[in-house]
Design a protein around this ligand. Structure first.
Ligand code: GAP
Length: 437
């Protein structure tokens, strides 16, 4: 079985994970809306990241900074001068390409049949520009942030002083970023509006190489151990020195094997003291740290693991997607780690009589306090299982004739298909144990 983008895109639309944005108007330029199951999956990804990166650690705290920031931020960070991609236009078919992403020959054919005739390359700044207030002049220009990271740098002093923090410590943030990408595509892989999960970890210069190694490993472990992603679909890619971004001493990407090839999932960078130094210079504020114990003053170096929620959501779908056969019928199943599954438990009365639906609804009301549950009484039990398998629901509970006599139910496992019988009052601990391990 080959997992294609097409299969996943279709499933997402059919079952309410992701829809094309503004679809009734024909869609809108590589923008996507997350449906009822998509937002649950997204929330589970964010929660897992937050728990792993922030709440389970003593030295990382959270932040939520504004999307609109002072325009000087982007001068200091280097985004106004340098955050651009090389752009070329075809003079004949008028299509626009990133000069470093020009497709193979077949796609270069113009509408007129000839090969594309490209203009010279020019640099195109990726930041979205807008105006603050009613007057659209240069003084009112603002930008939608192209990364969440700068929010952490400009709040370095606020967070450090209010929390009495001492390096090594981190500031983490989850939020939307915007880039006017020249060639968005591959579904939610590259879009113009996306969500990032970034953490800036401030360390004493000299300890930065060691922390860089630490975070590289930690981040890979999160994918394999917490999200259950197949390790053979992940790899590190160390950027060669000559390709490093202007702020970076070392960068490693964590890459995933997408249907269209290996590609970036997350970047881990040693940003040195570049950002704090720049903001000190541009703002005139002293963004250094004074260590009371050693009586040393220094500008911390920063290790940054930067991930994209949308890309992670895409790989959880690609990695989980399977097609098989159950009882002679084809089945699509999403083998999500139970922690990620948008719905944890399907609840089914076997029959629509003998009080079974009422009993199953009572059970739903008890379980919904703890888990995302879905009640279904329509169609054969096999069909109902398959509908839940297709959206990755790891557990199915069936209320049957015996339930009405001894208060036991069957619990079905999506992957092993094993069914065990257990008393209703043991369900909650059993489910907690299965979801959390
Ligand atoms: N602060 C560093 C930074 O923003 P990046 O490698 O440009 O680094 C980090 O972005 C992550 O954000 C990427 O690894 C990717 O997961 C996600 N990302 C970046 N651009 C994206 C886009 N246009 N669409 C979807 N996700 C994107």
């Amino acid at each position: 079985m080959t997992v294609t983008m097409e299969k996943v895109v279709n499933l997402c639309k059919r079952r309410g994970f992701v829809f094309p944005s503004s679809e009734i108007y024909g869609g809108f330029a590589s923008t996507w809306d997350y449906g009822p199951l998509g937002i649950e999956l997204k929330r589970n990804i964010r929660d897992s990241w937050w728990r792993y990166m922030v709440t389970s650690r003593e030295n990382v705290v959270g932040l939520e900074s504004a999307i609109l920031m002072h325009p000087r931020v982007w001068e200091a960070s280097g985004h106004i001068a340098g955050f651009s991609d090389p752009l070329v236009d075809c003079r004949v078919c008028k299509r626009r390409f990133r000069a470093d992403h020009i497709p193979e020959k077949v796609d270069r054919q113009c509408a007129k049949g000839a090969e594309c005739d490209f203009t010279d390359t020019r640099q195109f700044n990726l930041m979205f520009k807008t105006f603050v207030g009613p007057v659209e002049d240069e003084a009112a220009v603002a930008f939608l942030r192209p990364e969440t990271a700068q929010g952490m740098f400009v709040n370095f002093l606020n967070v450090q002083q209010s929390g009495r923090l001492k390096p090594p410590f981190g500031i983490a943030q989850i939020g939307k970023s915007f880039r006017n990408e020249i060639t968005p595509g591959n579904f939610i892989f590259r879009t113009r509006e996306f969500e990032q999960m970034e953490m800036e970890f401030f360390v004493k210069p000299g300890s930065d190489d060691e922390w860089f190694e630490y975070w590289r490993e930690q981040r890979m472990n999160w994918y394999t151990q917490r999200l259950g992603i197949d390790a053979t679909n992940l790899r590190f890619y160390d950027h060669p020195k000559e390709d490093l971004a202007h702020y970076s001493k070392a960068t490693t990407d964590i890459e995933y094997r997408y249907p269209f090839g290996w590609g970036e999932l997350e970047g881990v960078a040693n940003r040195t003291n570049f950002d704090l130094k720049q903001h000190s210079e541009y703002s005139g504020k002293d963004l250094t740290f004074f260590d009371e114990e050693s009586r040393e003053r220094y500008q911390p170096y920063v290790i940054e693991p930067a991930a994209g929620v949308d890309r992670i959501l895409l790989i959880t779908l690609l990695d989980a997607y399977r097609e098989d056969e159950q009882e002679g019928e084809p089945r699509i199943v999403l083998r999500f780690h139970p922690r990620l599954a948008p719905i944890k438990v399907g609840i089914f009365p076997l029959l629509r009589k003998e009080g079974q639906p009422e009993k199953a609804l009572q059970l739903r009301d008890i379980l919904k306090e703890r888990f995302a549950v879905f009640y279904d009484q329509a169609g054969s039990i096999g069909r109902r299982y398959r509908r839940q398998d297709e959206v990755g629901t790891p557990f199915g509970i069936t209320v049957d004739h015996q339930t009405m006599q001894d208060d036991t139910v069957t619990l079905r496992d999506r992957d092993t298909l094993e069914q065990i019988r257990l008393p209703i009052d043991r369900l909650i601990p059993e489910l907690i144990q299965r979801i959390e391990t």
